[in-house]
Design a protein around this ligand. Structure first.
Ligand code: KIV
Length: 267
């Protein structure tokens, strides 16, 4: 079994030029699968609000719900570095609230680290959480918790002013002590520039090939989320289609008294 990574291991991977793999997971069976696949790190993303709880955005999910899912993932992936997403409203009122909630993710959820969205405006919060002994993954670019302010799910940092702001955000998070930063939905050359400027790893999602690592949403990767498929998503499996086929066959076999047969019955 591979050794569970630590924060210094993850930072060292950037220096060694080894790509960092990250996948979201929201429950026990997915935790098991992601660990078995040997993926370096798991993100219990607040994307679970949409992918598994059926909300229209990530905003409604609560700290208690996120902890519930983080605990399940941890039971499946005992040996993988797990980052739990702090949901909207759980760190936005200031340092005391942020530290208290981050502590819950480690103590109750079994996470190794937390992620929160934002750049310069949350640098003081990131610094305080790190000072409390909790590793923080930053997240800039397309930040789904504030998608309305950003004008929808679209590529960020296309003009010079916004690109400069994203560079400043990444630098501020690095100075604040974040161990890595997610770059979501930004042009690949901007991601390259950020990756070259900061010493901590960048983890891209829709940010091109020059990031130090990549993250994708599990349900997108395995074909279990149909509402919208962003351009940056690559489908590696079609579990949704397979499950539907199986369920339809089950229904038909029960209706036609084919199932259960002798093989699936007791004498
Ligand atoms: O919530 C999530 O899954 C995320 C990833 C898309 C980075 O934040």
């Amino acid at each position: 079994m591979a050794k569970k990574l630590t924060v210094p291991d993850i930072i060292a991977m950037k220096a060694q030029g080894e790509k960092i793999t990250m996948m979201t997971a929201y429950d026990y069976p997915t935790g098991l699968l992601v660990e078995k696949a040997g993926i370096d790190t798991i993100l219990v993303g607040d994307s679970l609000a949409m992918t598994v709880l059926g909300y229209e955005s990530t905003v409604p999910v609560t700290v208690d719900e996120m902890i519930h899912h983080t605990k399940a993932v941890r039971r499946g992936a005992r040996n993988t570095f797990i980052i739990a997403d702090m949901p909207f409203g759980s760190y936005n009122s200031g340092i005391t609230q942020a530290v208290a909630n981050a502590v819950r993710f480690l103590k109750e959820g079994g996470a190794d680290a937390v992620k929160l969205e934002g750049g310069t405006e949350v640098a003081d919060v990131v610094e305080a959480v790190v000072r409390a002994g909790i590793p923080v993954l930053g997240h800039i670019g397309l930040t789904p918790q504030t998608v309305t302010q950003l004008g929808g799910y679209k590529v960020q940092g296309r003009d010079q002013k916004r690109a400069r702001k994203l560079i400043e955000d990444a630098e501020a998070l690095s100075r604040a002590g974040a161990f890595a930063v997610v770059l979501e939905c930004i042009p690949k050359n901007l991601a390259k520039e950020i990756t070259e400027r900061i010493t901590i790893p960048t983890i891209g999602i829709g940010a091109g090939p020059f990031c130090d690592g990549q993250v994708l949403v599990y349900n997108d990767v395995v074909g279990l989320f149909e509402k919208f498929i962003p351009k940056f998503v690559k489908r590696y499996a079609e579990l949704g289609e397979m499950a539907l086929k199986g369920l339809m066959q089950y229904k038909q076999e029960v209706k036609e008294s084919i199932f259960p047969d002798d093989e699936h019955s007791f004498d």
